[in-house]
Design a protein around this ligand. Structure first.
Ligand code: DGY
Length: 318
């Protein structure tokens, strides 16, 4: 069986794969493949290990006539044309669950960093601008007693809610379907989207991307929010209209933002959002702890091998 990975993977993962399949991988762990390179590389593949920046669209799938499985090394899979894969009898798998806690932690890290102006604080110390203790120096926003609004109440949304409870926050959420059991165990309440936007002191976006959710948070939605609210997005960049977000943050219609994801990744360094002091940023590292990334890789390999051995994968998408 020929398997191709679109990124260089750690040695122990490769060793595992090589016990079962003829394995080839892209030479870089960071540099993405171009569409042309992908089209060429997948020709003989029966299995592909993919990441979220690989455009596995109908054209790429057509270029891989022997393909049986795409094992995505991520929970999100909006880079894959799943409908087309299903039509072609190609199984798609992903890595839910194993990254829930790491992603919720990073979400909270960005929330806290934005609330307490951590980048500005660090800069002040490093650049020698720390003159003395002063009463309102870098004074931030309190979490305790504040309302956190979570858009998307799946595994990661709920994990964020549990963390918020530990910070004595009131948790409200919006989701396509209500989650009465989670509401009870966590102590969260469902509200319509508009109400969540109006009430939230912190708005956290935890939805998977779908075309109908593009710019779910745009100019009108931002206008409903409190002017000192903090928005955190660790889900997918396309869920937020970045131009509208920039204008709201710049014009004092929104307090701050914490962003791990962008519509274009890597985000161009001249992106307007990067000029704002009230924006904390990270390079899409929500799930990036060593333990979690290795668990994601393990699950990706198990899913891939299961399909190639005609077994049911642990976490199928289709
Ligand atoms: C995912 O898994 O979808 C994250 O965005 C990357 O780890």
């Amino acid at each position: 069986m020929n398997v191709f990975a679109t990124r260089k993977l750690p040695e122990e993962v490769v060793e595992k794969l090589e016990q079962y399949v003829r394995y080839k991988e892209w030479h870089s762990a960071e540099q993405p493949m171009t569409k042309e390179q992908l089209l060429e590389a997948v020709k003989d593949a029966e299995g592909i290990i993919s990441v979220l920046s690989d455009p596995l669209d109908a054209e790429v799938l057509a270029a891989a006539p022997n393909l049986k499985v795409i094992s995505q090394l991520a929970v999100g899979f909006n880079n894959i044309d799943v409908e087309e894969a299903t039509k072609r009898g190609i199984r798609v798998t992903n890595t839910p669950d194993v990254l829930t806690n790491a992603t919720a932690d990073l979400t909270f890290a960005l929330l806290l960093a934005a609330a307490r102006k951590l980048s500005a604080a660090s800069q002040e110390v490093r650049e020698g601008n720390w003159q003395s203790w002063s009463l309102l120096q870098l004074a931030g926003k309190e979490l305790s007693g504040a309302t956190i609004g979570i858009l998307g109440f799946g595994r990661i949304g709920q994990a964020v809610a549990r963390r918020a409870k530990g910070f004595d926050m009131d948790v409200i959420y919006w989701n396509r379907s209500k989650k009465p059991e989670a509401e009870q165990t966590i102590g969260a309440t469902y509200h319509e989207l508009e109400d969540v936007l109006k009430q939230a002191d912190f708005l956290v976006i935890m939805l998977p991307f779908a075309p109908e959710l593009k710019y779910l948070i745009g100019k009108e939605e931002l206008a409903l929010m409190k002017s000192d609210a903090i928005l955190v997005n660790t889900a997918r960049g396309g869920l937020v209209d970045e131009q509208a977000l920039y204008e709201a943050l710049k014009n004092g219609r929104l307090g701050a933002a914490g962003l791990d994801v962008f519509e274009q990744e890597p985000v161009p360094t001249d992106h307007p959002l990067l000029t704002l002091p009230n924006v904390e940023v990270a390079p899409h590292i929500g799930s990036s702890t060593i333990a979690t990334r290795m668990e994601m890789a393990d699950l990706t390999v198990r899913n891939l091998l299961a399909v190639l051995q005609n077994k049911e994968p642990e976490t199928p998408v289709n």
